[in-house]
Write a protein that binds this ligand. Structure first.
Ligand code: NAI
Length: 477
C-alpha cells in the first residue's frame, strides 16, 4: 500500500511520521508545493518544532517515509491520499472574516483528479465545513479523465494538539473516520481503520457518517475554546471581586461532570484552529438560517478578544496610564509552550495594543524566530495562513525588538509580560532581572505560572490574571 499526504504542515508532517513509524510495510510520502518546507523536512532542522517529532522522522525517513515536491508522481501512485492543506479564514469576498477559504483544498482535489489513473481513497484531514466532501466529490468526479477511476471520500479529522502532537498521535483518545453508508464507503472506512489499527485499539477508532465526522471536528474545537472563554470570563469577575480564578477552577473542576482539564485562565487562546473553526461554524449556521446558534458561538471569540484587550488595558492603567516610550519585555510569543507556532497567538494583539499606546516591546521566545515575529506584527488580520504573504512595511515594527536572551529583554524595562507558559520562565532568577529593570518594576503574568508572593517580596508590582489584585494595582486602575 502507498499513502500520499498533500500538505507537509503541522498536521501532515507529524501524522504521517506516526503512520510510517507504526506501519513499516506502508510507503508514506508527504508532498507540498512549498519547496522550502520540503527541504526542511529532509534536513536536520525540521520546519516545525514538536517534542519527539525529530526522533520519529529520523527513524523512518528514507525507510518508508519520504518528503517530496513531486506531487503528481506520488499522488498518482497512491492508494490513499490524505489532504492536509491549510483551510484559513477567507479574507475577501462573500463570507470574508468567517467562512473557510477552500482554495487550497479545491486545488488539491483538482490535482488528485488530474493525476489519477487508479481508484483512490481521498481522506479529508484538514478541518473543513460540513458538506465539503460533497463538493470535493464533484470536483474529483468531473475532472478525472479516466472513467474507470473511482474516488471514495472519507472524513478523518485530526484532534492532535500542538506541543503534544506526537503523544496525541501515539495514544489518541479516539480516531474518527467518517464515510458514506454504501458498500464501497464501508470498504474504504475499513481500509483506513486497518491502517490505524496497527497501533490504536479498535474500540478507540470511531466510525460515523461523513457529515457527523466533519461536524464533530468543528464542534470539538468550539467546545474546547468555549471552556477557555468561560473561565476567562470568570477571571475578569474574580479580579473585580477578590476571588481567585485558580481556586474557582479547582473547585468546579472536581465535579466529574465538568472535569478539571482545560480550565486555566489566561491572556486568551490562540493557535491556527480555535478562532478559525468557530468562525467557520458560525458561518455554516448562518448559511442554514440558524442566526441564534451562530451568535451563541460567536461569543466565544468575542470573549477571547475581550480578554486580550483587558490584559492590554490592565498593563497600561497599572503603569500610570501611559506606556509611551517605555520598554516592555514580552516573555513568550508562541501561542502556547512547546511549539514555535504563532498563528493567532494572543501575543500579537497584546504587542500591537501596547505599541499603539507608544510602548517599545522587546520580545523573547525560545522557539520563535525574529523573522516570524516581525512578520506577525506587520501582517493584516487573518493573513498569516497565506504562504505567499509578503511582509508589508509597518510602523509597528519600529517599536519592536527581538532578542535571544531573556535577561537582555528585561534590561532597563519597566515591565515584563508573560504571554506563553514556557517552563523556563518559572526558573529564572527574578531578583537579578528586577535589579536590571526600571523602578517601579511590574510583572504581568498572563499565564499564572510564576510564584507571585516571591515576586512581591523581591519588590515587583505583580498582576496575576484572575487573582486578587495587588493593592498598588487597585489604586492605579
Ligand atoms: P499548515 O499551513 O501548517 O500546512 C498546510 C500545508 O499545505 C502548507 O505547507 C501548504 O504549502 C500546503 N499546501 C497548500 N495547498 C497545497 C497544494 N495544492 N498542494 C500541496 N501542498 C499544499 O497547516 P496545518 O496546521 O497543518 O493545518 C492543516 C489542516 O489541519 C487545517 O485545515 C487545520 O485546520 C487542520 N488542523 C490543524 C491542527 C493544528 O494543530 N495545526 C490540528 C487539527 C487540524
Amino acid at each position: 500500500m502507498k499513502i500520499a499526504c498533500i500538505g507537509a504542515g503541522y498536521v501532515g508532517g507529524p501524522t504521517m511520521a506516526m503512520v510510517a513509524l507504526k506501519c513499516p510495510e506502508i510507503e508514506v510520502v508527504v508532498v507540498d508545493i512549498n519547496e522550502e518546507r520540503i527541504k526542511a523536512w529532509n534536513s536536520d532542522k525540521l520546519p516545525i518544532y514538536e517534542p519527539g517529532l525529530f526522533e520519529v522522522v529520523k527513524e523512518c525517513r528514507g525507510r518508508n517515509l519520504f518528503f517530496s515536491t513531486d506531487t503528481k508522481k506520488h499522488v498518482g501512485e497512491a492508494d490513499i491520499v490524505f489532504v492536509s492543506v491549510n483551510t484559513p479564514t477567507k479574507t475577501h469576498g462573500i463570507g470574508a472574516g468567517k467562512a473557510a477559504d477552500l482554495t487550497y483544498w479545491e486545488g488539491a482535489a483538482r490535482l488528485i483528479a488530474s493525476v489519477s489513473t487508479s481508484s483512490k481513497i481521498v481522506v479529508e484531514k484538514s478541518t473543513v465545513p460540513v458538506k465539503t466532501a460533497e463538493a470535493i466529490g464533484k470536483v474529483l468526479k468531473r475532472n478525472c479523465q479516466d472513467p474507470n477511476v473511482q474516488f471514495e471520500i472519507l472524513s478523518n479529522p485530526e484532534f492532535l494538539a500542538e506541543g503534544t502532537a506526537m503523544e496525541d498521535l501515539r495514544h489518541p483518545d479516539r480516531v474518527l473516520v467518517g464515510g458514506a453508508d454504501t458498500e464501497s464507503g464501508r470498504k474504504a472506512i475499513e481500509t483506513l481503520v486497518s491502517v490505524y489499527a496497527h497501533w490504536i485499539p479498535r474500540e478507540r477508532i470511531l466510525t460515523a457518517n461523513l457529515w457527523s465526522a466533519e461536524l464533530a471536528k468543528l464542534t470539538a474545537n468550539a467546545f474546547l475554546a468555549q471552556r477557555i472563554s468561560s473561565i476567562n470570563a470568570i477571571s475578569a469577575l474574580c479580579e473585580a471581586t477578590g476571588a481567585d480564578v485558580q481556586q474557582v477552577a479547582h473547585a468546579i473542576g472536581t465535579d466529574s461532570r465538568i472535569g478539571s482539564k482545560f480550565l486555566n485562565a489566561s491572556v486568551g487562546f490562540g493557535g491556527s484552529c480555535f478562532q478559525k473553526d468557530i468562525l467557520n461554524l458560525c458561518y455554516v449556521c448562518e448559511s442554514v438560517g440558524l442566526k441564534e446558534v451562530a451568535e451563541y458561538w460567536y461569543q466565544v471569540v468575542s470573549m477571547n478578544d475581550f480578554q486580550k484587550q483587558r490584559f492590554v488595558e490592565r498593563v497600561i492603567s497599572a503603569m500610570f496610564n501611559t506606556v509611551s516610550q517605555k520598554k516592555i519585555a514580552i516573555y513568550g510569543f508562541a501561542f502556547k509552550k512547546d511549539t514555535g507556532d504563532t498563528r493567532e497567538t494572543p501575543a500579537i494583539d497584546v504587542c500591537k495594543g501596547l505599541i499603539r499606546d507608544g510602548a517599545k516591546v522587546c520580545v523573547y521566545d525560545p522557539e520563535v524566530t525574529p523573522e516570524q515575529i516581525f512578520r506577525d506584527l506587520s501582517a493584516p488580520k487573518f493573513e498569516w495562513d497565506r504562504p505567499n504573504y509578503s511582509r508589508s512595511h509597518s510602523h509597528m515594527l519600529e517599536n519592536v525588538q527581538v532578542v535571544s536572551d531573556s535577561a537582555a529583554a528585561a534590561e532597563g524595562a519597566h515591565a515584563i509580560c508573560i504571554l506563553t507558559e514556557w517552563d523556563e520562565f518559572k526558573s529564572y532568577n527574578y531578583q537579578a532581572l528586577y535589579d536590571k529593570m526600571t523602578k517601579p518594576a511590574f510583572i504581568f503574568d498572563g499565564r499564572n505560572i510564576l510564584d507571585h508572593a516571591k515576586l512581591r517580596e523581591i519588590g515587583f508590582i505583580v498582576y496575576a490574571l484572575g487573582k486578587p489584585l495587588d493593592p498598588f494595582l487597585v489604586k492605579g486602575y
